[in-house]
Design a binder for this molecule. Sequence first.
Ligand SMILES: Cc1ncc(C[n+]2csc(CCOP(=O)(O)OP(=O)(O)O)c2C)c(N)n1
Length: 635
Amino acid sequence: MSATRPEGLLAGIDQPADLKRLKPSQLPMLAEEVRSEIIRACSLAGGHLASSLGAVELTVALHYVFDTPRDRIVWDVGHQTYGHKILTGRKDRIETIRQPGGLAGFTTTSESEHDALTVGHASTSLAAALGMALARDARGADYEVAAVIGDGALTGGMALAALNQIGHLKPRMLIVLNDNEMSISENVGAINHYMRTLQVQGWFQKAEDRAKQRLTRVWEPLADLTSRAKKATRRFFDPASNNPFHAMGLRYVGPIDGHDIAQLLYYLRKIRELDGPTMLHVVTRKGKGYKVAESDPITWHGASTFDPLHPVAKGKSYTWSNAFGAAADQLTSSDDRVWVITPAMREGSGLVEYSKLHPDRYIDVGIAEDVAVTVGAGLALRGEKPIVAIYSTFLQRGFDQVIHDVALESLDVVFAIDRAGLVGGDGATHQGIYDLAYLRSIPHVMVGMPKDAVELRGMLKSALRLGGPKAIRWPRGGVDAAPEAPVSDWPEVEWGTWQVVKPGSEVFVLGIGPTVGYALEAAADDPRVGVVNARFVKPLDVALLSRLAARARAFVTVEDHTIMGGLGSAVLEALSDIGATVPVVRLGVHDVSVPHGDPKAQHEELGYGPKAIRRTLEGLGVGTYPAARVAGFEH
Ligand SMILES: Cc1ncc(C[n+]2csc(CCOP(=O)(O)OP(=O)(O)O)c2C)c(N)n1
């Protein structure tokens, strides 16, 4: 595996038009070069290695047959598109992927005219492609529309509901089902089981066809077998109506080998000539062509940087997700009514161990956040104690279910919200900066954010004891493990209480989660600046807030969250309610979408890192220190 850019066919390809000048027989070689380039780029920048490797031949074939940007190829999630980026004018920047200022990790319409849809969340491709096909037909245009969706993304309700519409309206469009049997972890669900039977049927069918063709060659009188073989091929192209995709009104073709470019070209060209919607089922291998990624596609789904010649996955330090998984394990061990539900994020939510230790209290519902929330509601209605473990950004998919299925009847569901705040390489589609705003507005829902792993345990324990809908959020990244202790010894955290972590006399900085540390750093030891761990945004500690308001000259709220609707808004509302007129400076994300980048640097750029807080304090006439005590601060 070369650590430098490969020469060869790829050197002559900048745009898909260049690709079309190659002979079909050259495409497998090009695919190998694209594969090497993906491995090289991911070794330097990290990224979604295994998914992109599995889609290389498919990418080459699609760009050979279709003609983007005129034709629209809509990639679901967009994490498998490193090959697509390489072939569509971005090969020289591919190693900047997910890096600050570099290429986005997913397709993004503002990045390239070849990116048909801005994505990051799963299961949107089919609905968007349907919209594009309808728009084309309404305008009498004749470009092609294709969606590429993985078997994991197909578990999402949005994808299934879109199929329902596609089969009903029947526009001319292609759906490529890229089936590698994996989501991030092993794929789940009944449709997944069905796809395994389709694969087996497909292989049998082809073996049968081959046998018949051979027989026909050696024994001419078996002519009628030839016609039966032809019928079998027709069946392959348009199978019996017990195929659910067919039954939904789609033409179903496959399964075919998604690494065989000749086969892909044959079927893609044939389908191009057909009317109506067609699903082409391609079977691929996640991580294809790179041994470590093929044998461990879960670890190499999202890779850190690595040595391409001696690839070893980097050891990961202890994270908030690990702290949650360990706490959930102990909570379930001490009370068998505790369950954990994940929408396809076992690894990311720290639940690998939990899933092994408590297989009958662990549910992976697939990429179906709405279902995760409402399964929690059902469990709660029958006296169980569900914890719905979900990323902040993905809980957006379950907003209605939180209100309608959980909150209205104040059910005992705990929301364990990971990746709250800016998330780094995943960028704008994944920023966890809206949940305080959307959860705070829902009746009965209480929302807290611990500052460390001990507080996390205490919040979880008291949330389960108190009942009612309770949301606990934490950021991406590392945290010190809490000391080992039985659940009975975990100190509970009283919901709605804040803590003064540094006394002050004039200005109080109210932080939440990681910004408590930022506030302490910014306040240094200025006796005029107090710092509060405002760990609950609902309910707020109004008693403490009013005591502080009686002597504060100003408040500064600091949150890794949009300032509209978050901690700062809650504080302003409460001060207004109690008739206090203390000025409040709100620091956080100001009504902008935040791209991928280094979160700590972005916190400063966006005005709520430690240096930025210090500047704010100086503007308020406090917090000015001799330069020597302000390491690294240039003002
Ligand atoms: C709504 C939503 N939930 C969860 C995720 C996290 N996620 C990213 S990729 C992925 C697995 C996708 O599996 P599949 O579509 O089969 O693609 P593969 O990686 O196997 O090629 C998941 C769960 C997401 N992007 N969007």
